[in-house]
Design a protein around this ligand. Structure first.
Ligand SMILES: C[S@@+](CC[C@H](N)C(=O)[O-])C[C@H]1O[C@@H](n2cnc3c(N)ncnc32)[C@H](O)[C@@H]1O
Length: 256
């Protein structure tokens, strides 16, 4: 009996340690899904959880893009952009940076990415993911705080632009002066012959594919773009019955 007591105490101590580790792991956040935009703005606790997911994924060598919803970093979007080697990309309405991470993770040989948004909190979020995971090409991603009426990019510098669920042309009241000015500034930023990819997803209330097609045709033609092609695709990985369709339209700034 005298010999068994220390052994029993040892087992009890070991089991308590295991239980403590189990409880700690259970409470630790994620990895989960990062938000694609920041409305509503996350609480300090949520931000801390996101930061810990990014840090853990980076420590494990896991692609950071996998932390984003599929519709924000879908590999089919990256393929469609067909970014030329050294090409300059402008992601207008970059949100929390899913596309930037997909381009980094897939080692697309871009020259530079302008990650543009009107929301300072969105750009802060992209910055904190870059500062946390420290990708080798972080210096080639420029965060640009734009305004409702300008993308704030230098003229004739962009090879490929993207509007992924960025609703500049989808105002319920129709195109406004600032919307038109914003699209005109995007047109000016593209190099002649440069392309613009627009992805707009339907909803079950007021955005049918037909409505999205009409709005896109009206807005981008008014800004001077030429329509190259349109297709209906699916970007999310929800069960088939709940999946929403997305209109992908490709526009070009005419070559001189
Ligand atoms: C629904 S989120 C999409 C984010 C990201 N593109 C994605 O799909 O994961 C739309 C983003 O567009 C930004 N946005 C809206 N209007 C804009 C404008 N005129 N110029 C730049 N960004 C804009 C919003 O701040 C928001 O971050």
């Amino acid at each position: 009996m005298r010999r068994r007591a220390p052994r029993l105490a040892g087992w009890v101590a070991a089991l308590s340690c295991l239980a403590a580790v189990w409880v700690a792991c259970d409470r630790a956040p994620g990895p989960g899904v990062l938000p694609s935009s920041l409305s509503p703005v996350p609480t300090a606790d949520e931000l801390a959880a996101y930061q810990s997911w990014v840090a853990r994924a980076a420590a494990k060598g896991m692609p950071i893009s996998r932390l984003y919803p599929t519709k924000s970093m879908n590999p089919s979007i990256i393929r469609e952009l067909a970014i030329p080697e050294g090409g300059v990309v402008a992601d207008i309405g970059c949100g929390t940076g899913g596309v930037e991470w997909a381009l980094l993770d897939q080692q697309v040989p871009f020259g530079k990415i302008h990650a543009v948004d009107v929301e300072p909190a969105a750009l802060d979020f992209v910055r904190f993911t870059l500062d946390t995971a420290r990708p080798a090409r972080a210096a080639d991603i420029e965060l640009v705080l734009s305004t409702r009426d300008s993308v704030r990019l230098p003229p004739n510098t962009v090879d490929v632009a993207l509007l992924l669920n960025t609703p500049i042309h989808l105002n319920a009241g129709g195109l406004t002066g600032p919307d038109l000015a914003c699209l005109a500034s995007l047109f000016a930023a593209l190099k002649p012959g440069g392309s613009l990819h627009v992805y707009d997803t339907e909803n079950r209330r007021d955005r049918s594919i037909e409505m999205l097609r009409t709005r896109a045709r009206e807005a981008f033609a008014a800004a001077g773009f030429t329509l190259m092609r349109e297709e209906v695709v699916s970007l999310d990985d929800a069960p088939v019955a709940q999946r929403l369709a997305t209109l992908h339209s490709v526009w070009q700034k005419p070559a001189r």
